[in-house]
Design a protein. Structure first.
Ligand code: PMP
Length: 447
């Protein structure tokens, strides 16, 4: 249970004085002092419980402090805490085999997280094809290391521009706001056909890979139409391009399946994953490759790997975490609860003037907020914020609901273990916040 911390002001002060926080202007950070957690809740130093509607960074899928994952970590620490990356270990064999089984791919290369997985996926595709360009999409995030940040399309890449050479970007299957004035119907066709035009103009012999998020996460749960992936798969086959899907956020149960692309009946050539692989209990990512790429590296040098690649404690955490998914039927639960979540989101869209669009699959969902449903004018500008978004976030914070907001969007991505009652309590608070936003855009009487 949460307890009041005796010295929280000093801890926060020392955090700020001696450490640098990521993705922040340092003098604008107001960190919550987190002291523990259980299931869908985490605890702060004031002894308050927060409902975690963001699963931290959409990664702690089995919830906070799951006893089975904790036990597996403790057991592995007692048995063998470290083995260098060129050693065979029991846990490496077990996790590699499991990942092949659940993805239908051949072999896994272990990394420390998602960014490094994408670095290695791009490198492997370049080595395998002998080509250098990587096609990515604008509304994407692939990580914060140099290559993966360059490969990302959203503004988080701007600080490292021009970044690594060879990245070519295309538009996204963002059906609520298709580019170039197209309708959603036109864009269903155009979203893949323009990629073929880009391939032609760049030279098909120069394109090593197309790298896309399985389902776009931090740019707003962009769910492609059913035709998208089969057509993208066919395009890659036609031109000998490696299809890499980044399932760092969308994989491992978030959408109710092992991989988001399994909803579309296609198999990528390479899958990258992290987050839900261990639910964040230990740092781990993986690059999972198909048989052809695995065969290529049978007699070609795989130039890559870090001291901590394949860390036994991380692998043990992943094995236990995947077992929790299966033993507790968490994917079935996610699909079932996802239906309820979808109904509630649709009802919010119907009820509140500020809800322009809702997108959801499993427990991976977002509300996109607007000033005006007819014009779709966003409630905050792209790469910016607004008083309305500030109010929404502050209200949820005051209720100890932890939510992820960005630009004009608010996500609903709780741990997969969340109960219907907990989810409903969180969504009730979202509704109270949306009512406040409606008052701001419509005036108190109209709302
Ligand atoms: N890809 C996607 C789709 C992500 O959402 C993230 C992290 N939010 C990453 C890659 C980077 O992963 P990591 O932070 O583990 O390096």
């Amino acid at each position: 249970m949460p307890e009041v911390h005796p010295n929280t002001d000093q801890v926060i002060a020392d955090n700020r004085e001696y450490t640098l926080f990521s993705w922040s202007v340092q003098n604008q950070t107001h960190p919550i002092h987190m002291t523990g957690g259980k299931g869908s809740y985490f605890f702060d130093a004031d002894g308050k419980s927060w409902l975690d509607m963001a699963s931290q960074l959409i990664n702690i899928n089995v919830g906070h402090q799951h006893p089975k994952v904790l036990q597996a970590i403790k057991d592995q620490v007692d048995k063998m805490c470290f083995a260098g990356p060129s050693f065979a270990t029991d846990v490496r064999a077990e996790l590699g085999k499991k990942l092949s089984e659940v993805t239908g791919l051949a072999k896994s290369f272990f990394t420390l997280g998602g960014s490094e997985a994408n670095e290695n996926a791009m490198k492997m595709a370049r080595l395998y094809t002998g080509r250098d360009k990587i096609i990515t999409r604008y509304r994407s995030y692939h990580g914060a290391t140099m290559g993966s940040m360059s490969a990302s399309g959203d503004p988080r890449r701007w600080p490292v521009e021009p970044g690594i050479p060879g990245i070519v970007r295309v538009f996204d299957p963002y059906m609520y706001r298709p580019p170039m004035g197209m309708t959603a119907e036109q864009w269903e066709e155009g979203s893949v056909s323009h990629i073929e035009e880009v391939i032609q103009m760049e030279g098909p012999h120069t394109i090593a890979a197309i790298l896309v998020e399985g389902i776009t996460g931090s740019n707003g749960i962009l769910i492609p139409p059913d035709s998208y992936y089969p057509r993208l798969r066919a395009l890659c086959d036609k031109y000998g391009i490696v299809l890499i899907t980044d399932e760092v956020m969308s994989g491992f149960g978030r959408t109710g399946k092992w991989l988001a692309t399994q909803h579309y009946g296609i198999t990528p050539d390479i899958v990258t994953c992290a987050k839900g692989l261990t639910s964040g209990y230990m740092p781990l990512g993986a690059v999972i490759v198909n048989q052809e790429i695995a065969d290529y590296f049978e007699n070609h040098f795989l130039s890559g790997g870090l001291t901590y690649s394949g860390h036994p404690v991380s692998l043990a955490a992943a094995i236990a975490n995947l077992k929790v998914y299966e033993d507790e039927n968490l994917f079935e639960h996610t699909l079932e609860l996802g239906k309820h979540l979808g109904e509630r989101l649709e009802a919010m869209k119907a009820k509140y003037a500020c809800v322009g669009d809702v997108r959801y699959i499993g427990l991976f969902s977002v509300l996109e907020l607007v000033k005006d449903k007819a014009t779709k004018e966003p409630l905050a500008p792209f790469n910016g914020t607004s008083p309305e978004m500030g109010k929404l976030a502050a209200y949820l914070k005051s209720k100890h609901i932890y939510a992820y907001t960005r630009f004009n969007m608010i996500w609903v991505c709780p741990p997969l273990v969340i109960t219907k009652e907990e989810l409903d309590a969180g969504l009730d608070a979202y509704e109270e916040a949306l009512a406040l936003v409606d008052q701001m855009i419509l005036g108190p009487v109209a709302a």
